[in-house]
Ligand binder design. Structure first.
Ligand code: HEC
Ligand code: HEC
Ligand code: HEC
Length: 287
């Protein structure tokens, strides 16, 4: 059997494995958090993440948590007077935070907070810890369901905002997604397609375009990374890309196919696995 008959085209591989991966993670998560991942964040949250300003929600959360921790420390020391003082501060901060995003009010349990206050008044330290534990679970629930999106939306740069230089003089730059889809992927595939069809010049051109595009993307990494990333478009991958060029020019289809398979996995696929989930969340946030 000829080698090329068992090689799966890389584009198909990327899409297929990506599909399986997301399908599996979907069925494992299930329930609420899966639904949350697909729901845009409330618009009212934007005011707490002003462009170029401090993340107000985070600062409020940290104030609240300081008072929460102080309460625990004082309870551990059996210092009920200071425990009550820090509890009162915590309770006030909790109330403030709970009003910040009206859509999230269901995550806050004020009666449980009131119980902690009564536990301290009743000098029932074990019960206070019990209720603090229960409250901690409500904090965790929101963090699990909401924090990843908040981070994706307000902290991570949008690939859609990055323009990448292309090999097409009529469209000298394109947004990241389009540049991959229109200029990187077709030329990556084009090397094998053209060789299989006996079009040597076109295969050479596909290689040149592919290599140029990959280097253009490498430049574009610096939009988010301050140091040169160690994977995906690193020197080992570029050495393999250059070797692929030699194979293309000498018409070594088997060699090209083998390298394309490895580059597809080590560069394209692994980079997608790392970077695309956050971008997908961001895209949902924009709706
Ligand atoms: C309605 C949702 C929600 C609830 C309820 C909530 N938090 Fe948060 N919390 C967040 C979000 C969103 C962030 C991330 C903010 C950011 O990083 O900008 C956060 C961040 C934090 C942080 C910052 C550190 C980190 O790594 O995330 C701490 C600590 C924290 N919360 C503690 C608590 C505690 C303790 C409670 C309960 C008493 C609580 N939170 C309740 C949504 C919530
Ligand atoms: C739009 C912003 C963005 C661009 C552009 C980007 N990255 Fe990243 N990259 C990230 C973020 C955010 C993380 C952290 C992801 C995580 O924790 O899952 C990351 C993590 C990484 C990591 C793992 C951590 C590390 O620094 O070793 C590597 C490697 C990496 N990126 C390589 C690249 C390469 C190569 C490019 C260009 C081809 C690139 N990235 C372009 C945002 C970006
Ligand atoms: C930074 C690491 C990175 C590398 C390396 C990378 N990509 Fe991408 N690619 C992305 C990201 C991120 C997106 C989604 C961008 C968006 O949606 O705005 C994407 C999108 C795409 C898309 C369109 C959406 C899709 O998934 O079908 C194609 C096609 C694609 N890449 C092909 C490739 C090929 C082929 C290679 C390797 C030759 C490659 N990419 C290398 C990060 C990378």
């Amino acid at each position: 059997m000829r080698k090329d008959t068992i090689i799966i085209p890389v584009a198909v591989l990327i899409v297929a494995i990506g599909g399986i991966w997301f399908a599996e993670s979907g069925s494992k998560n299930g329930g609420d958090s899966q639904g949350m991942m697909l729901t845009p964040l409330p618009k009212s949250l934007d005011q707490y993440y002003p462009d170029g300003g401090s993340p107000i929600l985070l600062l409020k959360m940290l104030d609240m948590v300081d008072a929460f921790d102080d309460t625990t420390v004082n309870l551990q020391e059996n210092d009920l007077v200071n425990a009550k003082n820090s509890f009162n501060k915590f309770s006030g901060e909790y109330d403030n935070v709970s009003k910040m995003v009206p859509e999230w009010s269901g995550y806050f349990d004020k009666s449980l907070v009131a119980n902690i206050g009564s536990d301290i008044d009743n000098k029932n330290v074990p019960k206070a810890f019990d209720d603090i534990g229960k409250l901690g679970e409500t904090c965790d629930k929101c963090h699990r369901e909401i924090k990843p999106q908040v981070w994706a939306k307000y902290y991570w740069k949008d690939f859609g905002s990055i323009n990448v230089t292309t090999v097409n003089p009529n469209e000298p730059a394109a947004p990241w997604h389009d540049a991959m889809e229109k200029y990187l992927a077709p030329n990556f595939e084009g090397m094998i397609t053209n060789l299989n069809e006996g079009k040597q010049d076109a295969a050479n051109q596909s290689f040149e375009n592919f290599r140029t595009m990959l280097l253009n993307f490498k430049q574009a990494c610096s939009n988010c990374h301050t140091t040169e990333p160690k994977y995906f478009i690193s020197d080992d991958i570029m050495a393999m890309v250059n070797q692929t060029g030699d194979y293309v020019k000498s018409g070594n289809i088997t060699g090209v196919e083998q390298n394309v398979q490895i580059i597809g996995m080590e560069s394209c696929y692994k980079c997608h696995v790392l970077h695309q989930p956050a971008q997908m969340m961001k895209d949902i946030m924009k709706q």
